[in-house]
Design a protein around this ligand. Sequence first.
Ligand code: PMP
Length: 461
Amino acid sequence: MDGTLTQNDLSHVVEADKAHVWHHLVQHKAFETTDPRIIVEGKGMRVWDQHGREALDAVSGAVWTVNVGYGRKTIVDAISEQLLKLNYFAGALGSVPGALFAEKLIEKMPGMSRVYYTNSGSEANEKAFKMVRQIAHKRYGGKKHKILYRERDYHGTTIGALSAGGQLERNAQYGPFAPGFVEVPHCLEYRAQWDLTGEAYGKRAADAIEEVILREGPDTVGAICLEPVTAGGGVIVPPPGYWERVQEICRKYDVLLHIDEVVCGVGRTGTWFGYQHYGIEPDFVTMAKGVASGYAAIACCVTSERVFDLFKDDASDPMNYFRDISTFGGCTAGPAAALENMRIIEDEGLLDNTTAMGDYMIDRLSELKDKHAVIGDVRGKGLFLGAELVADRATKEPVSEKEVGAVVAGCNAAGVIIGATNRSVPGLNNTLCFAPALIATKDDIDQIVDAVDQSLTKVFA
Ligand code: PMP
């Protein structure tokens, strides 16, 4: 740590935090007996807390965001130069970085066309939902308005986005939700709902979507929103055959395909976007976390030209445009940071590194699986990986939440910050979750896996 804050300053920070900050995702009773951990500084993959304790961050800022790592001066410079020139302008007017980042982004997304700026993943998803609803009104008398979402997927924290939420822990007690959102089954083969494996399982899970469309009535279903790799709901990579079949079904019933890349977008899985592993052609792609690696708040709802055109026809109708705005969609720091973030990923070859390090980490976690019976399944794509912990491999009974918490805490104590998925399904929050920055080296991966190894040994000895 650079020492610009004295220990006295930091003690004051902790007291101020305890007195006034409402932290995300935490039961605050905990802070009656322990202090919150304040992260003071970061460099590369490492962070330092108020005690000067160093940690290797294996989750890129807790929620898989800081893709290019901490302390990137060129991003900070790009932001500050832009802010001095023009920090903000919104509404129908454009900005220089807004135009240039949109151009660069679309270059990486063949088949996509338009970038709508907003400031959080939830909001980006809401934009897509609103577009689907407006298309339903414009073209189908309001009838084709239903939006399908998948069990275990998460699309954001607002009531609209939670209405498309397939996770028990995020949704319980926040209803009633918006009507017109319908759940389809998840596609996690490890917790199979059908007695099939591999491609047959993938196709069957996708067929379940068709069944829901037929049950609801194809003339009422406007879109389906899916995560390419389900993140917080269990690190779920759909089996082979799944996406091809999903695409076929969407075409057959004229259902718009919305891919939520809030987590996977901008390199996390080793391609620019998760959907690009599968050759599918979405109508909407939403993204947030990795777009500017957390250096500025920026999210985007990207659409195909087909979708965009629907809002351009019949210009004589004064209601026929997307009647929506996002105040902070006008912040120029976001696209300025995002442009530089993308340059770094390209120039440093971070997509290839993500694939190579992801493969290495899967191998190392698989070795751990051979050693620890408590690891039931290892899965993931690129540098988004999970290890599901079970008390019994045969029955797949999950370990307790307390045990998962102890494994995470054990890693923390060893100087490695890891995460765990949430209770997406009753009783299931038993998957350790890893999303190190795309700059990770073999040594970093070894340090992460060794910490997990030791922590599992201690907790399940
Ligand atoms: N979609 C997915 C897949 C997410 O994981 C998240 C956040 N974890 C969101 C949407 C919501 O993004 P935000 O928190 O920026 O609103």
